[in-house]
Design a protein around this ligand. Structure first.
Ligand code: SAH
Length: 220
């Protein structure tokens, strides 16, 4: 029975990756990462049947695992070569951290809800045994000064229009920050590149994330 389940999920995962390709994800390394990570392990049992559909799903405590296309798009925008130290704000299910794990040197993932971080720890570190992911429980709107600077920063919760300053200051020179920002309920995917003393901003279209809650985010 276990093998039948594995075969089924393998073929659904391949379909999902083909769909990501059709929707415009062209970075083969990113697509390969999606073939490797078992998304069904990150969703709640009740949603296993829908684990490989291209939509977000609830993971408890009012939070969601992001839509695969959005995870893929943000990962592609990060333009990873394999040597980067990356900070993720919003561990959630841990799925985005797992995708990053195979594409970078080290992932530092911050989550404000302890129970979610513990759930992600169980999946990422104990079940799937990723070795280059560090999970931290704190308000990610402060960043992680103790581990800075980061070559890449990815925020997977919606920020207010003013990007938290700590995130900008913890970005390495030549580094890139990807962050949804705007309204509490709908945002614009925003890319900020640090070149010397300059920050260069560009936009990648609309998106919908749960709010970034914290000192330099939204109120609870
Ligand atoms: N990257 C996740 C999806 C994140 S959902 C995945 O792959 O499944 C957004 C997450 O951000 C939620 O778990 C929420 O609790 C968390 N979050 C919101 N505000 C935060 C903050 N200030 N610091 C850290 N995590 C935060």
């Amino acid at each position: 029975m276990k093998d039948i389940g594995k075969t089924r999920f393998d073929s659904e995962r391949k379909q999902m990756v083909l769909e990501l390709g059709r929707k415009g994800i062209t970075d083969q390394k990113v697509l390969d990462a999606f073939l490797r990570v078992p998304r069904h392990v990150f969703v709640e049992d009740a949603f296993q049947d829908r684990a490989y559909g291209d939509h977000p799903l609830p993971i408890g405590l009012g939070q969601t695992i992001s839509q695969p296309y959005m995870v893929a798009l943000m990962t592609q925008i990060l333009q990873l070569s394999g040597t980067e130290r990356v900070m993720e704000i919003g561990t959630g299910s841990g799925y985005q951290a797992a995708i990053l794990s195979g594409l970078v040197e080290k992932v530092y993932s911050v989550e404000r809800i302890k129970k979610l971080s513990e759930r992600a720890e169980d999946i990422l570190l104990h079940k799937l045994r990723y070795r280059n992911i560090i999970l931290i429980v704190s308000d990610g709107s402060y960043g992680l000064s103790q581990y800075a600077p980061f070559d890449r920063i990815i925020v997977t919760a919606g920020s207010p229009p003013d990007v938290p300053k700590a995130l900008l200051s913890q970005l390495a020179d030549g580094g890139r920050l990807v962050i949804p920002k705007g309204d509490r309920y709908i945002q614009t995917l925003t890319v900020i590149d640090k070149k010397g003393d300059e920050f260069i901003t560009s936009y990648e279209g609309g998106c919908v994330f749960v709010p970034l809650i914290g000192k330099y985010g939204w109120n609870e």
